[in-house]
Design a protein around this ligand. Sequence first.
Ligand code: SF4
Length: 367
Amino acid sequence: MTKDEPTDAILAKARAGGRISPGEALAIYKSADFLKVMDAGRAVRERRLGASVATYTLFRIVNYTNACTAGCAFCGFHRPPGDAGAWTLTPEEVLGKMRAAAALGARQLFLQGGVNPGIPFDYYLRVLGAVKDEFGADMHIRAFSPSEIRGMEAQTGKDARAVVRELKSAGMDSVAGAGAEILSDRVRRELSPNKVTVAEWVRIMEACFEEGLSGSANIVVGSIETPEEVVEHLGVIRDLQDRAGGLLAFIPWTFQRQTDGFPLRRVPAREYLKLVGLCRLFLDNVPHIEASVLGMGREVGELALYAGADDISSVVIEENVLASRGLGTEGEARAFIRDSGFQPVRRDLLYRMQGRPAPPHPPDAHC
Ligand code: SF4
């Protein structure tokens, strides 16, 4: 039996469906017992989504270029444009990778690259069009982070909504809310000063949602961020979702070692699990919370399903940015979920469950 704590009343409010403030979220993150936060996160997940099912999906990541001007300190994938190690796939090469992935059962493409000003805007339209011409509406294309879309704005002189409208009519189905890391300008100035600012990230995601795309977003902890900045990030996400909707899922991630000299901090399991619980409690308007099995490993990933997460993120067929230690096949994903005590259900990037009717809108969502 754990002793009563001042944060117990906040957790009880969140369990009952009350919205917690950023100040209350900070109190939970800084001082609540992590087991109590997990328990509250699990209770809210069960109330909103049920207790029996955990989902997964299968998609192919294609990194279409590694040339990037952003130069984020944590990224070992990119090369400066013009570097001998920089490359860009042709639309035909992207298509070839998708044919191989489709043969393994993938019907979803995650298209992501660096910010490469050497690529003409027409290239993106041709890549999207080539995949759609071959696979039709059967292939869902999630593509482009706000940083990449800002690069397209600079190149075309068009605003984000006009750029997204063209991408959407060429075949883009949803947006990759990647590149958020920590939505605090203090952290971004330190780790990724050439990447989109917080205001730019929000502006471009909002433009995507206004144009009818949905997507996901993440947070990446394990560096110089403070608890206050973690809560600041969650507040940016919740406010964006209140205004524009569009986010189907939120994924708490941890930085992984990719470069020398990056101020990497090991995230203890209890900190990650508390963060998962807090995300479930604070983001009352985001339907799904995904556990990072890829980043935290299977044991912590399993426990995250008992802290408020309802999805194990994904079976990724290729990921150049981060070497995989996740789940390599659909069979492994299903066995992992079953061994964790849940019924595995495959979903797509729009969270439509295979063999099931569309999921109900969560009763206490604010969007
Ligand atoms: S993380 Fe993305 S935006 Fe940053 S340097 Fe790497 S490829 Fe470029």
